[in-house]
Write a protein of this length. Structure first.
Length: 50
């Protein structure tokens, strides 16, 4: 990847870790809905078969 002038490598690492933490937190908060979505998709697939 090309280096861009004026960018601090340490700050970009901190921002990347922060963004990864936010994504991980959102996934953690979304976990309780996973079984409900599984049931919903299963029901949709069962009804789609003719």
């Amino acid at each position: 990847m090309a280096r861009v002038g004026g960018r601090n490598i340490a700050l970009s690492w901190v921002a990347g870790i922060f963004c990864a933490g936010v994504v991980a937190a959102l996934l953690w908060l979304a976990l309780p809905i996973a079984p409900v979505l599984g049931d919903l998709f299963g029901e949709v697939l069962r009804r789609a078969q003719f």
